[in-house]
Design a protein around this ligand. Structure first.
Ligand code: SF4
Length: 395
């Protein structure tokens, strides 16, 4: 969670041009049968946020959308496929149809900027002890009842304080901070896809890694483009139930499962987070089915983080998840065959460390977000030589 005090805000004058200041009504996305065409060659795409004809200083044209003769547009970034008439605003609140063109208003205007340990993402098998220059623009394509960052995820980019930081400035600032990576996180990066894509491309060229922390609710084509620049990801698997996805998050399960397969196919290192919310997704049977799917499709080496829920937002009357529940579910996952199952949000818990799948010895000891002790050499356990999955050293 990003506390307000830890965000570096700068009040900026929101110079909204006349075209964007019209009333932008929310209209639920309507499904269209045909896929819009993705602009696969992003080199020719205008990603600069400032210039003539822009509806807002911090805007750019949408990366993937289809225009219709009647002036409506259909966004192709995520499964909502927002179908917007001129003046309409998207489900993620960051896209608008202005004059028959789709614009992102989430470009170069982060509301949260912070340097975090990579373990906080959480990413436990990726460059342990390294730092991630973390950014977020307001907006999200989900409506999670338990959102920890709802002040920024359930807001329009123009409604929250932000600073100006265009992609080249992000990369320069990340380099100055000594971070090994730029992380797109806190809100939902899919809602600022264009900004993330442009920044990740520049970061990659400068030898800085890119981390995608997401709900995974994205279509295959834009994700494939993103995979060219992303080095690691942590994707939330909210529940292994379409019904829970619908009522808790406002999405569907299958597109998220497809995201895991796409990341796997493109060789991106990724870890899975499952926030255990009492009464929604804490049944052993559901977790068992989730593990069976992970084993069959992603393998036993895929790290899984079972996180403790704390009462937040619209679920502020639920109790926090009992640590005993997390331990029970961890046993279910371990018995199913997963090698790396962590318990998060329970400080000092032994299931916060990594154990060798060969000899069972502790190979990465974590102390909160301090630099961990790593007992691996060349990605192998120093005690028995078994390979431990992950990216442990800068290549
Ligand atoms: S990314 Fe935003 S605008 Fe595009 S389909 Fe998803 S919710 Fe709609």
């Amino acid at each position: 969670m990003v506390s307000k005090g830890r965000r570096r805000f700068l009040l900026a004058s929101l110079a909204v041009a006349a075209g964007a200041s019209r009333s932008l009504a929310f209209r639920p996305g309507a499904r269209k049968d045909r896929d819009p065409v993705c602009r696969e060659d992003i080199r020719g795409h205008v990603f600069r946020g400032d210039g003539p004809g822009k509806p807002w200083r911090w805007s750019c044209e949408g990366f993937s959308y289809r225009r219709s003769a009647d002036g409506t547009v259909t966004c192709g970034i995520c499964p909502h496929r927002c179908h917007l008439k001129p003046g309409d605003r998207s489900v993620c609140r960051s896209k608008v149809n202005i004059g028959g063109k789709l614009y992102s208003l989430a470009y170069g205007n982060p509301c949260a900027v912070h340097v975090d340990p990579v373990e906080k993402k959480p990413l436990y098998h990726f460059l342990p002890g390294s730092r991630a220059f973390s950014i977020a623009v307001a907006g999200c394509n989900f409506r999670c009842l338990n959102c920890q960052n709802w002040e920024i995820s359930q807001a329009r980019p123009r409604d929250v304080e932000h600073i100006e930081l265009f992609p080249a400035q992000v990369v320069a600032a990340a380099g100055r901070s000594g971070a090994a990576s730029v992380a797109y996180t806190y809100s939902e990066p899919i809602s600022f896809f264009e900004y993330m894509l442009a920044t990740s491309r520049l970061a990659r060229a400068e030898g800085i890694r890119n981390l995608w922390i997401s709900n995974g609710y994205i279509n295959r084509k834009p994700l494939e483009t993103l995979c060219r620049f992303i080095d690691a990801a942590n994707v939330n698997l909210k529940a292994f139930s379409n019904q829970v996805y619908r009522c808790l998050n406002g999405g569907r399960l299958n597109p998220v499962l497809n995201t895991f397969k796409t990341l796997r196919d493109h060789g991106v290192h990724f870890e899975i987070t499952n926030l255990v919310v009492p009464g929604y997704n804490d049944k052993p049977d559901m977790v068992k089915r989730m593990c069976a799917w992970i084993l069959e499709n992603l393998g036993a080496d895929r790290p899984l983080h079972l996180l403790r829920f704390f009462p937040r937002y619209k679920l502020d009357r639920l109790p926090p998840t009992a640590p005993a529940t997390l331990e029970r579910l961890r046993k279910v996952c371990r018995d199913a065959g997963l090698h790396y199952v962590y318990i998060g949000n329970v400080p000092g818990h032994p299931a916060n460390h990594t154990y060798c799948p060969g000899c069972g010895k502790l190979v990465v000891r974590r102390h909160g977000f301090a630099r961990p002790e790593v007992h691996l050499q060349g990605g192998k356990c120093v005690f028995c030589g078994t390979a431990v999955a992950g990216v442990w050293e800068k290549g």
